[in-house]
Ligand binder design. Structure first.
Ligand code: GAR
Length: 213
C-alpha cells in the first residue's frame, strides 16, 4: 500500500518510541474509513523504534528526531514541531511516546494533543502501569485516552475502557488484554474528535452524540 491522497481532510501525526501497535491501529482505522482523517506522519524519538518499519510498509511518512541529539527538551520538541508543520498535522497522538512534552510543544497544539495510557487514570500514572496495577491488587484496570497537559498522564480524560484483572494474570497477560482495549478506544476517540463530537469544559470532556447536536 502506498501513501494517502492529498485532500483537505484532517491530518493526524503519531509519536512513538517503540513497538507502535497503537499507531498501526490508528493508521489502519483511518485507511479503513473508520477515522475521517489521514495519517500525516509518524515520528519516533528512537531511531530503532519497531513501529517505524510498519509505518513505512504502509506508506505513511516517517521521521526520526532523536532526543539525544538535542541539548534539552525544548530544543528537541522544537525539532519535532518543525516536522509536524512540514507535514501539516492538525492533531498529535502520543502512542507509547515515552517523553514528557515541554510547554512550548503544548502551546503549539492547544487542545490538540492526545495520549493513551494503560491504566484507568488517575490510578497508576507513569511507566509500568500494568505492573503497578498488579502490585496494588486492583480487580479492574484498563486504559485512558486523555488530552495532554504539562504534567505526566494528567490532562482531561476523554474516554476510558475497563478490563478485568484476573487472579492468574502476570504483567504480559494483563498488558495484552489492556492493549486490545487500547486499540479500540484510541481509534474511536479519533473518530469522534474528527467528527467534532468532543466537547471540552475544563477537565470534563463530553462525547456528544449526534442526536444531542
Ligand atoms: C501502550 O500500552 C501505551 O498505552 C503505553 O505504552 C504502550 C505502547 O505500545 N503508553 C504509556 O505507558 C504512556 N504513559 P505500542 O507502542 O504498541 O502502541
Amino acid at each position: 500500500m502506498t501513501g494517502d491522497p492529498v485532500t483537505d481532510a484532517g491530518r493526524f501525526a503519531v509519536l512513538i518510541s517503540g513497538r507502535g501497535s497503537n499507531m498501526l491501529s490508528l493508521v489502519n482505522a483511518a485507511r479503513a474509513g473508520r477515522i475521517p482523517a489521514l495519517p500525516a506522519v509518524v515520528i519516533a524519538n528512537v531511531a530503532g523504534a519497531q513501529g517505524l518499519h510498519a509505518a513505512r510498509d504502509l506508506g505513511v511518512p516517517t521521521a526520526v528526531v532523536e532526543h539525544q541529539a538535542s541539548a534539552n527538551r525544548r530544543e528537541h520538541d522544537g525539532k519535532v514541531l518543525e516536522v509536524l508543520r512540514e507535514h501539516d498535522a492538525d492533531l498529535v497522538c502520543l502512542a507509547g511516546y515515552m517523553r514528557l512534552l515541554s510547554p512550548v510543544f503544548i502551546a503549539a497544539y492547544p487542545g490538540r494533543i492526545l495520549n493513551i495510557h494503560p491504566s484507568l487514570l488517575p490510578a497508576f500514572p507513569g511507566p509500568d502501569a500494568q505492573r503497578q496495577a498488579l502490585e496494588h491488587g486492583v480487580k479492574i484496570s484498563g486504559c485512558t485516552v486523555h488530552f495532554v497537559d504539562e504534567q505526566l498522564d494528567h490532562g482531561p480524560v476523554v474516554a476510558q475502557a475497563a478490563v478485568p484483572v484476573k487472579d492468574d494474570d502476570d504483567e504480559d497477560l494483563l498488558s495484552a488484554r489492556i492493549l486490545e482495549a487500547e486499540h479500540r478506544l484510541y481509534a474511536e476517540v479519533l473518530r469522534r474528535y474528527y467528527l467534532g463530537h468532543l466537547v471540552v469544559s475544563g477537565r470534563r470532556v463530553r462525547i456528544q452524540e449526534p442526536a444531542d447536536e
